[in-house]
Design a protein around this ligand. Structure first.
Ligand code: XMP
Length: 510
């Protein structure tokens, strides 16, 4: 087994997942735990020190006992983990060179076991403010980027390695191979056949339901992949208990409401539709702070579900399609990583809830949810559909959400996505949407001055949501999008294309 020592990174859990898909067992332990007994056991064959938001020199930075280097167990430090190795072994770390997003990595030592069977140049993803500037004794540089000499280091004899980039991030090319090299070649662990079994998940849900006193299960369906797959999984064991409810908040795409009934036909479930458009608009009136918006939306959804539950005899449970990226960004993971944004279904939930949550996908990433969806034979249109966030257009309208602005963004969204569909691009990308930026700028339309709104366009590629790159849409298509939006909407003054990667920029603007 590989022990992953967690220093609070957004992607610690992703390291575990990548290893598991490769067939290696992994366990996350907090850096605050006493690691001696874990590391002494025969089970531990390799150690990964995760990334984290701290700086090794800062007061209260999470450190680790130096004894870790005496166990003769191979160690791989990732980002903060690498800086920690350097710091603890008398190297030097400074906050000199910030890097976020893609960088080209050049392998310097092609014989390094970490880079076995890997091309000598490839793209890696960075997300760091600090860097190693002086190597500890007996370490050497094994890879560099143009800006960063010490991008990967090793002490081959002691089997201690450090990478400044994130091999666990999907966008890092050869990332899985690097983790595999560490586990298989350096730690000498033989991979097992796929560790994950969906039958176990179904069994676990049924047992929890039995142990928590049974009862009817409301399913919060949104028409999206996560809540659909979550409902289908629970239906495998407890179909007769499920009552799907679609809360029509008015914040989602209009087509969703029409599609919702068909989605569950194959399992004979008929979602009840609740029109809550006025309630949401009322609660969002005057609210501009993104975190407040998210929390209001999360709370309003739950209030409606609880009100509905009262009408159903013995309703005790609520299925939510929460996935791990929602959990980690909301700062609710086991490692209490930083709050990036409160996803409506996690950080946006009220403190006290009457319904008990069933979240079958809480520890899965988007690409895994899609795999499970395929395994459950869900139609392609659902499995491959663009994700749409629960708070919907509310977090794409900067500033106050009102009916006028909601109507406008929905219309612009339709124009944008129809153009992408016409060019067969819509299905190929991860998400595409406009943003009402709230910024005004000057335009001249028909010889008259227009002081109108700047519309942002976000189109990007991703798999597991933890990283994303902007889509390289052909210029002609971008031109068509800008022209059409500018022409159709008199209140728009210009259209801008967002070319930010995640990290650092999250996918949604709020
Ligand atoms: P960010 O903006 O966090 O988005 O990079 C990652 C993915 O999550 C979606 N998203 C949400 N989904 N509730 C959801 O159900 C939320 O509160 C929420 N916030 C963001 C976003 O659309 C993207 O797919």
């Amino acid at each position: 087994m590989i022990i992953i020592v967690d220093f609070g990174s957004q992607t610690t859990h992703l390291i575990k997942r990548r290893l598991e898909w490769l067939g290696f067992e992994a366990k996350i332990v907090s850096s605050k735990e006493n690691l001696n007994s874990i590391l002494k056991s025969d089970l531990c064959r390799g150690i990964i020190l995760s990334g984290g938001p701290s700086s090794v020199y800062e007061k209260n930075a999470p450190l680790i006992d130096k004894k870790i280097f005496d166990y003769k167990i191979p160690i791989l430090g990732i980002c903060y983990g690498m800086q920690l190795i350097a710091y603890l072994l008398d190297g030097q770390v400074t906050s000199h060179q910030r890097e976020y997003g893609p960088q080209n990595l050049n392998i310097i030592d092609k014989k390094s076991h970490l880079f076995k069977n890997i091309p000598s140049k490839f793209s890696v993803w960075m997300s760091h403010g600090d860097q190693v500037v002086k190597l500890p004794k007996n370490f050497k540089i094994i890879a560099s980027t143009e800006k960063l000499k010490e991008a990967a280091i090793e002490n081959d004899l002691k089997k201690i390695y450090g990478v400044q980039f994130h091999p666990e991030i999907y966008h890092t090319e050869n990332g899985s191979e690097i983790l595999k090299n560490f586990a298989q070649n350096i730690c000498a662990i033989a991979p097992k056949k796929n560790i994950f079994q969906i039958e176990n998940l179904i069994e676990k849900i049924k047992n929890e339901w039995l142990n928590q006193g049974k009862g009817k299960i409301i399913s919060a369906v949104s028409g999206g992949i996560d809540s659909t797959v979550a409902t289908f999984i629970v239906a495998k064991a407890l179909k007769k208990e499920i009552i799907p409810i679609f809360v029509d908040s008015g914040l989602l795409r209009e087509e969703t409401k029409n599609k919702i009934k068909d989605i569950f036909k194959s399992v004979d479930l008929k979602p009840k539709i609740i029109n809550a458009r006025k309630i949401f608009l009322k609660k969002l009136k005057g609210v501009v702070d993104p975190e407040k918006k998210r929390k209001i939306i999360g709370k309003t959804y739950i209030e409606i579900f609880e009100k509905e539950a009262k009408k159903i005899k013995n309703a005790k449970f609520l299925i939510q399609g929460t996935i791990y990226s929602d959990v980690v960004e909301s700062g609710h993971s086991d490692n209490k990583s930083a709050v990036i944004k409160s996803h409506h279904n996690v950080g946006g939930l009220p403190k006290k809830m009457k319904l008990k949550l069933i979240e079958p996908l809480r520890y899965f990433y988007k690409d895994e949810v899609r795999m499970i969806g395929r395994f459950l034979n869900l139609p392609k249109e659902i499995v491959d559909a663009q994700p749409f966030p629960g708070p919907g257009f509310a977090i794409r309208i900067i500033g106050e959400v009102n009916k006028k602005r909601l109507d406008l963004i929905k219309k612009i969204d339709e124009v944008l996505n129809n153009i992408l569909k016409k060019h067969n691009l819509y299905e190929k990308i991860f998400q595409s949407f406009p943003i009402l930026t709230g910024i005004k700028s000057t335009a001249v339309k028909g010889d008259g001055r227009v002081y109108g709104e700047v519309i942002g366009i976000r189109i990007y590629e991703s798999t597991d949501i933890m990283s994303a790159s902007w889509a390289k849409i052909p210029y002609e298509v971008l031109n068509e999008i800008a022209q059409e939006i500018n022409q159709k909407f008199s209140q728009v003054s210009r259209v801008v294309y967002d070319i930010s990667t995640k990290p650092p920029s999250t996918m949604e603007w709020e």
